[in-house]
Ligand binder design. Structure first.
Ligand code: NI
Length: 196
């Protein structure tokens, strides 16, 4: 049997391709995989004042999962909606579920612990209001990579543009993922159940 010159080249092309693949594999194996990050870019130390007036840090919330949400009590719609949504999820988890939601104000000038407490009385009792000085607020926004900006309105009034997501943190205080509330309450509750 005699192959045409073109067909005779095929085994050679295949051999070269295989050799190339082999070399590529060797090169890949010799390149060490990057080490997994030791810490997440989201979350970390903070010191704030809880709505009962006590000073709290991130360490106070370790041992149980918690969610973190940045907002403010004068928020016209986004924050109340988010707090109602998460209250529904907490209710679905049942009263014994050990999980907290930290509602961190991005408006410390107006949101004192007392105002936070009164406001949060409308929602699930596992939602804790955290407020702080300007510097403490900036620091916690920074560790959570949260955004907040004052938007001037009429007569010296203002609103706050802010990140509107729930950060889910595990028992160790490590960031897991953002937590979605735009889905059936039961779906959210069963996701949280995994971290209890
Ligand atoms: Ni808001």
């Amino acid at each position: 049997m005699k192959l045409s010159p073109r067909l005779a080249l095929i085994p050679l092309i295949v051999a070269v391709a295989l050799l190339g693949a082999g070399v590529a594999t060797l090169l890949t194996r010799q390149t060490p995989a990057p080490p997994p990050p030791q810490t997440s870019l989201i979350g970390g130390p903070f010191t704030m004042t809880a709505d009962d007036g006590r000073s709290v840090t991130d360490r106070d919330f370790k041992g149980h999962p918690f969610l973190v949400y940045f907002g403010y009590t004068h928020c016209p719609d986004v924050c109340p909606t988010a707090l109602l949504d998460i209250s529904q999820v907490l209710k679905a988890l049942g009263p014994d579920a050990k999980i907290k939601v930290l509602f961190v104000t991005v408006d410390p000038a107006r949101d004192t612990p007392k105002i936070m407490k009164a406001y949060l009385a409308n929602f699930d009792p596992r939602i804790v209001g955290l407020s702080g000085t300007e510097a403490q607020t900036k620091a916690i926004e920074h560790v959570y990579r949260a955004y907040a900006k004052k938007v001037p309105g009429k007569n010296g009034d203002y609103t706050m543009d802010h990140t509107a997501i729930f950060y889910l943190m595990d028992k160790e205080g490590r960031f897991v993922s953002t937590f979605r509330t735009d889905r059936p309450v039961k779906a959210g509750a069963s996701e949280l159940q995994e971290y209890l």
